[in-house]
Ligand binder design. Structure first.
Ligand SMILES: *[C@@H]1O[C@H](CO)[C@@H](O)[C@H](O)[C@H]1NC(C)=O
Ligand SMILES: *[C@@H]1O[C@H](CO)[C@@H](O)[C@H](O)[C@H]1NC(C)=O
Ligand SMILES: *[C@@H]1O[C@H](CO)[C@@H](O)[C@H](O)[C@H]1NC(C)=O
Ligand SMILES: *[C@@H]1O[C@H](CO)[C@@H](O)[C@H](O)[C@H]1NC(C)=O
Ligand SMILES: *[C@@H]1O[C@H](CO)[C@@H](O)[C@H](O)[C@H]1NC(C)=O
Ligand SMILES: *[C@@H]1O[C@H](CO)[C@@H](O)[C@H](O)[C@H]1NC(C)=O
Length: 440
């Protein structure tokens, strides 16, 4: 044996010894480890997104862990909410691997090293908790739906509550320095990030839209009475439920904390169901709407109710016409409905196929047609540029990505649109829009 290799050997055994003594008391006992394989029959109940699913034996009613798929052989490991007893829709309230599906025979396991791993059938790691050798001794799914890896003192080394996708459970937070946003799902079938996010910015909670052509996210909702701060920094926004009125009502609220401000905390009551609404979720939907769904486990069917909808006919916060894609790629919206498809020849009947005619980039090849009394979703919460109406037009003309421009005459503000989407009818005729159209 050469000197070199024996040195390596002793170094190796030394570090091995070190590792061993170091982690001797911080190992997951074999009885606490698990390994589940994604195979077998699909379950019989109706779940969100029309998915197929297989539950695994990690559960704490009304939560169960499962593999689900909405396209062939592309599975997401997710937490499901509802009980079979209630015969109600099962909702997916947390998931490990959006945008990175696994296949048949994938495994979900907790090894003695304390790492939680979702691996594809070929061994490729699709997702992990990154908690190997961090003193984890056990895994638990808590009654509130939080999955935790804890050490021997019960301290959480990792928790699923720190990793939301499009849903907050009661007690779950957006957190500065951690997950600061929820991101919508692209479509029922396609489980990748969609265009919408609910973002806890340093100063306020906002909803943002980023379409395929948007150069930056556009705000489509914010409010001075939603979680915000003038002087400090938002630290947490948490979904909570509180019994009030001697138990006759339950407040579903967003509690928030602020650092470096005289106002250290605040809350916003979203809705007030008249029954125990402890089992509620806040969901940023595929359509960009923000909703609370409440599950009432005392009933034996239809246990879910939509108890809050941010944009709706009855909402004090906004109507459906303020949802960027309410009318698809292009449409005029009035009183929550898509009423017309604008065209150079006037307003036509709206359909899902309503589109702006393709324009090319040469200024001689296109013109504009004008719409009076319209608001683009962008013009409500995004600061426009204070320039003359004619300069606003020149700006759009010289910008190939500009599909049209919007102008508020009374404030002389200009918005250049890279996405048209939904235009909301307004009685204010000084709000005008100009849409590019080919000269033929
Ligand atoms: C789920 O995947 C299986 C194959 O693994 C496929 O047979 C089934 O149709 C898929 N379900 C859905 C809803 O696409
Ligand atoms: C899953 O693994 C089992 C056992 O190795 C094998 O029989 C089966 O064909 C695999 N399923 C798929 C879809 O590859
Ligand atoms: C609070 O203010 C102190 C002093 O100005 C600063 O060091 C700290 O970073 C601030 N904290 C946050 C969360 O903004
Ligand atoms: C409300 O519901 C939760 C969840 O089911 C339950 O833990 C709690 O005890 C209920 N509260 C009352 C007052 O019944
Ligand atoms: C993106 O912009 C191009 C022109 O720049 C346009 O043809 C296309 O329809 C736009 N796509 C969407 C989804 O708005
Ligand atoms: C139009 O909106 C502006 C503010 O955006 C307002 O000052 C003006 O009074 C409105 N006009 C009408 C007719 O509503």
């Amino acid at each position: 044996m050469s000197l070199h290799s024996s040195l390596t050997m002793s170094l190796l055994s030394f570090s091995f010894l070190l590792l061993f003594t170091f982690s001797a008391k911080a190992i997951v006992p074999p009885s606490e480890t698990f390994r589940f394989v994604n195979d077998g029959e699909f379950g019989p109940y109706v779940v969100e997104y029309g998915a197929n699913y297989r539950v695994i034996s990690i559960a704490n009613a009304p939560f169960q862990l499962a593999f689900y798929n909405t396209t062939s052989n592309a599975f997401t490991l997710a937490l499901r909410m509802a009980t079979t007893r209630s015969e109600s829709l099962f909702r997916w309230v947390w998931e490990a691997n959006r945008g990175n599906p696994v296949r048949e025979n994938a495994t979900f396991s907790l090894g003695t090293d304390g790492n939680l791993v979702l691996a594809d059938a070929d061994g490729r790691i699709a997702w992990q908790s990154n908690t190997a050798n961090k003193a984890v001794v056990g895994f638990q799914l808590l009654p509130n739906g939080n999955m935790v890896l804890h050490d021997s003192n019960g301290k959480f080394i990792w928790q699923s509550f720190d990793h939301p996708t499009d849903t907050l459970l009661v007690g779950q937070s957006l957190r500065a320095g951690g997950a600061t946003k929820l991101v919508s799902r692209a479509s029922a079938q396609n489980n990748v990030n969609g265009a919408y996010s609910l973002v806890m910015e340093p100063k306020q909670l906002v909803l943002q839209y980023k379409g395929m052509n948007s150069s930056k996210p556009l705000v489509y909702f914010k409010s001075s009475v939603w979680p915000n701060t003038q002087d400090g920094t938002l630290q947490t926004v948490t979904l909570n439920v509180e019994e009030t009125n001697d138990g006759f009502a339950y407040d579903v609220l967003l509690d928030y904390t602020v650092a470096n401000s005289s106002i250290g905390t605040g809350n916003l009551i979203l809705t007030r169901p008249k029954y125990n609404s402890t089992l509620s979720i806040l969901r940023l939907g595929i359509d960009g709407n923000l909703r609370v769904f409440t599950y009432y486990d005392k009933v034996d069917s239809q246990a879910w109710e939509e108890t809050f909808t941010l944009f709706s006919r009855d909402s004090v916060w906004g109507n459906e016409c303020e949802l960027p894609e309410r009318c698809g790629n292009f449409g005029l919206c009035e009183e929550n409905q898509c009423v017309a498809c604008p065209s150079p020849n006037g307003l036509l009947g709206w359909s899902r196929n309503c589109q702006q005619k393709k324009v090319n980039c040469r200024p001689n090849d296109f013109g504009y047609y004008k719409l009076e009394g319209v608001n683009h979703f962008m013009s409500q919460y995004n600061e426009g540029e204070g320039i003359k109406e004619s300069d606003c037009g020149r700006k759009c003309t010289s910008d190939c990505n500009c599909l049209g421009y919007f102008y508020h005459r009374e404030t002389s503000k200009c918005w250049i649109a890279n996405e048209l989407k939904t235009l909301a009818k307004t009685s204010n005729s000084s709000h005008v829009g100009y849409i590019k159209a080919p000269n033929k």
